[in-house]
Design a protein around this ligand. Structure first.
Ligand code: MRU
Length: 372
């Protein structure tokens, strides 16, 4: 997608040296656009744990490149397995990380050390390119839902809607910053906007790290998509008053039965949507489906992050400086589970690169017969 007219991906190989890895430092957004140059396994692992890069598909793609960087230092089998294990341990919930590393190892294990670096870069590049294609396909399959909502709301003759905007609620950031490009939940929104369908996005701020307020609002704004940031507690109220036509969120892991782990707070939004008959869709590439897990609530590991993310807030002060302030009494402990699991029964369905399906074992099996 574009930033001020310049096309970007969220990860790419440096055009100059053709081996170092470039990413946008997402901890600096929305205040500054700073690019990072990653040259070592350690830097990649740090970028993932510190959330300089984040979002399930992007974590997977960057980890794949991280393995390629590690192989430049030592292409031996033992070092390769150690590097993959180190990268796999960086974040526990997003399955794309393990998926990408497994794919890399499967491709690399039966190769000679001399071939490995080139093969690793090529495979990481394929993972990145496929992510872009899959997200574009998710966008097309999700666009139909927004078009349907627009048709219900107003006159869409000649593909141009003159009706009221379709109000889509989203949680966290499942846009292009969380993937290699397009995003998952935001891909249908970008496509609808580009197609001239009036669309407006309710952006949950998504405490504690505020990926909605900082990242989703930023990237929607850069693309010119009308949006409004709301506090995490506002969604239920807006749904009760008919001000949300549908919700689309991403996921970090979907079980083979359709349960979806996503940023903490997603479950509460799905409950509110269910109570108000608001369609609630989860947009995921197949790399986010964990075919080995069937009970999301019990089996998906939930990342517990530093309590400081809850006790403090970072923002730009009126003096223009970015600063972190404490918002809780210094003596109060805090807990920070970073994800929750929305049971499949609360979902209207899944939007995948192959189309839309029920969030059920049968729905997923019918869509992915070759994988299930
Ligand atoms: O902790 P984060 O910022 O990595 O969490 C991201 C999310 O929960 C996203 O919604 C999810 O990864 C889907 S991204 C397309």
């Amino acid at each position: 997608m574009k930033i001020d007219g310049t096309p970007y991906r969220a990860v790419w190989v440096d055009e100059g040296d053709r081996w170092s890895i470039r990413v946008i430092d997402q901890t600096k957004l929305p205040w500054a656009l700073e690019l990072l140059r990653l040259t070592t396994l350690r830097q990649v692992a740090h970028a993932i744990t510190s959330m300089q890069i984040r979002g399930a598909p992007l974590i997977g793609a960057v980890a794949a490149y991280g393995l390629a960087l590690a192989l430049r230092d030592d292409p031996g089998t033992e070092a390769m397995e150690r590097a993959a294990a180190q990268l796999a341990a960086t974040r526990p919930t997003a399955i794309n990380l393990r998926w990408a590393l497994d794919r890399m190892l499967t491709r690399l294990r039966n190769t000679t050390a001399g071939q490995r670096v080139a093969i690793a870069y090529a495979e990481a590049g394929r993972i990145a390119d496929e992510d872009v294609e899959q997200n574009a396909a998710i966008g097309r399959h999700g666009l139909a839902l927004i078009q349907q909502a627009a048709d219900v709301k107003g006159d869409t003759t000649l593909g141009v809607s003159r009706g009221k905007p379709v109000n889509v609620l989203t949680h966290c950031n499942a846009g292009w910053l969380a993937t290699v490009d397009w995003g998952t939940a935001l891909a249908p929104i970008y496509m609808a906007h580009d197609a001239g369908i009036p669309v407006h996005v309710w952006v949950d701020e998504t405490r504690p790290r505020n990926q909605g307020a900082a990242l989703t609002a930023w990237e929607l704004g850069k693309h010119g998509v009308p949006h409004t940031v709301i506090s995490d507690n506002a969604g239920g109220h807006l749904m009760q008053h008919g001000r949300v036509d549908l919700a689309i969120v991403g996921a970090d892991r979907v079980t083979r039965t359709g349960d979806a782990a996503n940023k903490i707070g997603t479950y509460l939004k799905a409950l509110a949507a269910h109570d108000n008959n608001v369609p609630f869709w989860v947009a995921v590439p197949s790399s986010t489906i964990d075919w080995t897990v069937s009970d999301g609530v019990r089996e998906i590991p939930i990342e517990e992050r530093d309590a400081a993310e809850v006790t403090t807030v970072t923002g730009r002060g009126l003096d223009g400086r970015v600063t972190t302030v404490r918002v809780t009494p210094t003596s109060s402990p805090a807990a920070n589970p970073a994800f929750d699991v929305t049971p499949a029964r609360l979902l209207t369905g899944l939007i995948t690169e192959r189309g839309r399906c029920d969030a059920t074992a049968a729905g997923l099996q019918a869509m992915f017969r070759d994988r299930a």
